[in-house]
Design a protein around this ligand. Structure first.
Ligand SMILES: [Cu+2]
Length: 309
């Protein structure tokens, strides 16, 4: 009897050690920067963020999913263990127990702890992503209107700041938002009419653009040079889905040249040519102007001629 008890003790101790070992390995893997997410396609999180902020949000997501999987595997294990260990073996009714107080406390306290840990890391990352610095390197005012964008490069933060240069989109031309890499960029948003939403998918970030005195402000640093489509992410009316712009990230030197060219009176395509974009590259390459299908007698192709609308 005593021998079998000892055997059971050894078995459970071994299992405990194995469990600790697995948990330790997982922790080491996570802490050593092993990118578990990359092996699983980001667990559904969009890949290819171009800012440190997007990387932090990605890490939070991967950490949360891994934690959820660890809990999930443990719970599934318990379920299957119960199903097999306590399956029906005869007609005799098993001993009927009412409750187990330590268990009750455990499965009340554990989820609360899990929520606290998730909340803690979410609050840290969110505060970090929303942080506004005192001295951004570049401030750009994003003005949204039905159905296009204007980008004003400001001398300093604040709605009364001097506008150094400006780019506005039209039916024929997609507006380009040229910005430098490796610098703190502040976006200050305002709308001329309804609520829009500024969204560049590669920033993994969007924020509503509100009319009136409410001015949403956020900051990012762009790591990589490239050209990325930007969109309106708030249903704002007829041409909402076509309210596109393009983010062009270039080196800080080229950005300064672009800004100087704009300040010297060049149009945006001319300033793009000044910093080395030629031919069609002077215009947006990730999206193109849309056909409004409007003429004197026709509104969006839906009205009969002469209805006066
Ligand atoms: Cu919009």
């Amino acid at each position: 009897m005593r021998a079998s008890d000892t055997g059971r003790d050894n078995g459970s101790r071994n299992r405990r050690i194995a469990g600790l070992g697995f948990g330790g390995m997982l922790l080491v893997a996570l802490l050593s920067g092993c990118d578990v997410g990359a092996a699983f396609g980001g667990f559904g999180w969009p890949q290819g963020g171009i800012t440190p902020q997007s990387q932090r949000m990605y890490d939070l997501w991967i950490g949360s999913v891994v934690a959820a999987l660890v809990v999930g595997v443990f719970v599934w294990g318990l379920i299957f263990w119960c199903v097999i260990r306590y399956r029906k073996r005869g007609e005799e009714l098993p001993p009927q127990t009412r409750f187990n107080m330590p268990m009750e406390v455990l499965y009340t306290v554990t989820p609360v702890l899990v929520v606290c840990v998730l909340f803690y890391y979410t609050a840290i990352v969110q505060t970090d992503v929303d942080r506004i610095s005192k001295d951004p390197d570049v401030t750009v005012e994003v003005v949204a209107f039905k159905w296009n964008w204007q980008f004003n490069y400001l001398a300093e933060p604040g709605e009364d700041a001097q506008v150094l240069a400006s780019t506005i989109g039209s039916t024929d031309e997609i507006p380009l938002l040229v910005l430098p890499t490796g610098q703190k960029i502040r976006f200050e948003e305002t709308s001329r009419d309804v609520i829009h939403s500024f969204w560049v998918p590669e920033l993994l970030f969007k924020r509503d653009v509100l009319p009136g005195s409410a001015r949403n402000v956020f900051e990012v640093t762009i790591d990589t040079e490239g050209r990325y489509v930007g969109r309106c992410a708030e249903l704002c009316g007829t041409y909402h889905s076509m309210m596109n712009f393009e983010l062009v990230s270039v080196s800080p030197e080229r950005y300064q040249q672009f800004l100087a060219a704009k300040q010297a009176g060049q149009s945006t395509p001319e300033a793009m040519a000044t910093i080395g974009f030629t031919g069609d590259d002077r215009f947006a390459v990730t999206t193109e102007p849309f056909e409004t299908k409007r003429d004197n007698n026709n509104f969006n192709g839906s009205q009969a001629e002469g209805t006066g609308r």
